[in-house]
Design a protein. Structure first.
Lengths: 467, 292
């Protein structure tokens, strides 16, 4: 190394760089030598991109089985969600090879659907799914987020039904039986006595985690879907300013401000939100199946204190669940070996072993209906007070609402979440706290959101509505 | 030997200094709080991670549960997560790109500043125009070009596009215009010095502050480069530290302590480097700020 530097100093005077600069030059030389002398094994076969470390750990077992028994080998590459999206879209837009199999999250897939249907970067699986009978084997609503203009571009990974999680210990101590609650109105009525300074710190404690921050847009969509509203219909036509949506917004705003306030900001995946849950400063949360595993890992101290119940309905006899999140397995058109990629996709997603692994590790239930009677779904779960969590979610799975795959849905969700924020401010300023008092303003704000989204949609010649 | 009498400060000046230093110390503490949190969090086991904001309470010195803390997250980083390879990769990308980009930007900036050739003004304007193109717009075209050149999933695919940044070229052009007198270059040429020797022997020492600042900026930029590496690279063994840390995040759950430990590991080398280069960094950034 010193000889090398002597050679460099023949051309570059020492005073050209400071000590720090020369250290970086030294790092460049030594790290180059180290990289060259640390070989990387060459990999051939199918490339499989995914974004979830938890999934990758589970899939590795099935992939190892595949690699031991079949050709070609499959190699898993774990990417961050954002990077997977960037790399996938860069590949689709530039018509360059991506992986042979890609697992994508629901919020990112629709961006692949912005162009003409023939130019979608994923292979259309519709006919194959139907011919092989897979379409009927899986839970119907699970296909919706991966369906664009009637064609299916992905194999669904999950169902993700939603329930209500509540602090059973604190509700029981307060003598409130939440399981008797049937509707959201009854829920608000039942939990209101718990609003107050519960821990004596001089700060009012509320009940349900629900606020207008960025992370709330998915929960808001779930509540709109549960009510029977949505931002786009099944044919991807916009339907933002509707009576149902306005009612949901007005009700939520009435929970967030005024004398009857019950909601508080306790964000998920956030240390402060978790601390509020641990301290009992928030007692209720919307919980899709996958969130149970997150809570169990992040807040083991809540074990045995949480219970699940179906979501209260918006109307008596109405839908008692909704949906949040989702993942699919897609096969890009650039793959050179579709048959192997498709066989591997089925080997993975239609596997009972994987279904059990996903449930045991994350409480995620499989979309394969044939597995729903398996006994592992009936086992009591200690974290949830001994409830058979899998069975509770499976009972609700057929009721999961259909979702749109519109590429404008994320933007629309943001606009509607913003409308809720403005409605909350309006309620505060005008001291109007009853949902019926807020309906006109809710419609006005939804109309404004709809106009903004319409402007975006109209720019896309492939998806805009016919005049 | 008679000692020089110390000049006494006026009471108003003393008060001003006390207020000023109190404010500065307060600001410094506020800046350091996230780092303190980061380090404390990296030592807490997952089971007690959310129990206390900084250190866990207990019966130890200062009421802290010292026995509850350990270096398990750091051990896991290197034993289970294989962090040695990402550290090497990051060091390689950041230092090689930093050195080469500084060299190329300095030579091109020097050429644009001191040589007369056809199209010089056009190239300068092109460099200026390139400054306003957002990086995100270039993902797809760069990806396609790397594919055509067979550079996807290679070290060169990550390094070569970063070798002549428009910002650096223009920065060195300005530095050369301001710091290198034409008379000196002409004298060197009259004395028979070759152009390459002139650049390395006369020009580089004169633009040294800018070299240090730009080298550090490029090193830091590459060290923290996350999206670029994620898009271009595919083989896990080639991923840099920023990507490796991000992959500790789970969709269905996150081991926060492990991420905090990974973040500490990633900031310590650049912090040390910044301390070594801070003088040049600041003088480079302020070069030309005062009219000479």
């Amino acid at each position: 190394m010193s000889r090398l530097f002597r050679l460099i100093f023949l051309f570059v005077p020492r005073e050209s760089l400071s000590v720090g600069g020369w250290i970086i030059v030294g790092l460049a030389l030594s790290s180059s030598i180290a990289v060259l002398s640390w070989p990387i094994p060459q990999r051939e076969g199918l490339e499989f991109w995914l974004f979830s470390k938890g999934h990758a750990e589970l899939y590795q077992v099935k992939t190892d089985q595949w690699n031991a028994q079949r050709d070609p080998d499959v190699h898993i590459s774990l990417l961050s969600n954002e990077s997977l999206q960037q790399r996938m879209l860069a590949s689709f837009l530039s018509d360059t090879p991506a992986a042979d199999v890609i697992e994508v999250e629901r919020n990112f897939v629709p961006q692949a659907f912005t162009g003409p249907i023939k130019d979608v970067g994923f292979i259309d699986l519709t006919d194959r799914l139907k011919e092989e009978g897979i379409y009927d084997q899986l839970n119907g609503p699970s296909f919706a987020p991966w369906t664009s203009r009637g064609r299916i571009f992905g194999l669904p990974h999950d169902v993700h039904p939603m329930m209500l999680a509540y602090r059973a210990d604190l509700f029981e101590a307060a003598g409130i039986d939440l399981t008797q609650v049937q509707t959201w109105d009854e829920f608000a009525e039942a939990v209101r006595p718990l609003v107050g300074d519960r821990n004596g710190d001089g700060i009012t404690d509320y009940v349900i985690s629900m606020w207008t921050g960025g992370g709330f847009r998915d929960q808001l969509e779930a509540l709109l879907l549960q009510a029977g509203g949505a931002l786009f219909d099944e044919a991807e036509r916009m339907q933002i300013n509707t009576e149902l949506n306005a009612r949901v917004l007005a009700t939520l705003a009435s929970w967030m401000v005024g004398p009857d306030r019950i909601a508080v900001d306790a964000p998920e995946f956030d240390p402060q939100g978790n601390q509020m849950r641990l301290d009992g400063r928030v007692l209720v949360a919307l919980m899709p199946d996958w969130l149970g595993g997150v809570w169990e890992m992040d807040m083991p101290a809540l074990s045995g204190k949480i219970k699940l119940m179906p979501l209260p309905a918006w109307e008596p006899g109405g839908r008692r669940t909704s949906v949040w999140g989702g993942t699919m397995l897609g096969i890009p058109k650039t793959t050179e070996d579709f048959d192997s990629a498709w066989t591997f996709a089925k080997h993975l997603y239609l596997s009972e072993e994987l279904a059990e692994g996903l449930y045991r590790k994350h409480y995620i239930i499989s979309p394969v209906k044939a597995f729903w009677d398996r006994s592992f779904y009936d086992e009591p779960v200690e974290f949830f007070g001994g409830q058979p969590v899998g069975r509770l979610y499976i009972d609700l799975a057929p009721q999961v609402p259909l979702r749109t795959s519109s590429p404008f849905n994320t933007y629309a969700k943001d606009r509607v979440a913003n409308a809720l924020y403005l409605l909350k401010e309006y309620a505060n300023e005008n001291q109007k706290y009853k949902p019926e008092e807020l309906m006109d303003e809710a419609h006005r704000l939804l109309k404004s959101s709809e106009d903004l989204v319409t402007r975006q949609v109209e720019r896309n010649v492939f998806l805009r509505s016919e005049p | 030997m008679a000692s020089t009498p110390k000049k006494k400060m006026k009471p108003g000046t003393v008060v001003m200094y006390v207020v000023l230093y109190t404010a500065l110390i307060f600001c410094a503490l506020v800046t350091l709080v996230p780092f303190a949190y980061l380090f404390c969090a990296s030592l807490k086991p997952s089971a007690i991670f959310f129990d206390n904001l900084f250190l866990p309470t207990g019966d130890g010195l200062f009421g802290i549960g010292w026995e509850k803390m350990n270096f398990d997250h750091y051990k896991r980083l290197f034993s289970e997560e294989g962090f040695l390879r990402p550290i090497l990769n990051s060091t390689f990308y950041a230092s090689v790109t930093g050195v080469l980009a500084t060299l190329f930007a300095a030579t091109s900036g020097y050429a644009l500043a001191k040589f007369q050739f056809r199209g010089r003004d056009g190239i300068t304007k092109l460099v200026l125009a390139a400054l306003v193109v957002p990086g995100a717009l270039l993902f797809a075209p760069v990806y396609q070009m790397l594919y055509w050149f067979g550079m996807l999933d290679s070290y060169t695919g990550l390094i070569i596009p970063a070798l002549a940044p428009a910002f650096g070229v223009y920065l060195f052009r300005q530095a050369t215009v301001n710091s290198v007198p034409n008379e000196m270059l002409e004298s060197a040429r009259i004395d028979g010095c070759g152009e390459i020797m002139i650049f390395f022997t006369f020009v580089l020492p004169l633009i040294r502050p800018m070299m240090g600042a730009f080298l550090l900026l490029t090193f830091l930029g590459c060290w923290n480069n996350f999206i670029g590496a994620q898009i271009v690279l595919q083989t896990p063994e080639k991923m840099p530290l920023a990507v490796a840390i991000n992959q500790l995040r789970g969709v269905y759950g996150t081991d926060y302590g492990l991420i905090m430990a990974g973040t500490v590991v990633s900031i310590v080398p650049v912090l040390a480097l910044f301390l070594l280069l801070q003088k040049e960094f600041l003088s480079g950034l302020t070069a030309g700020a005062v009219k000479g």
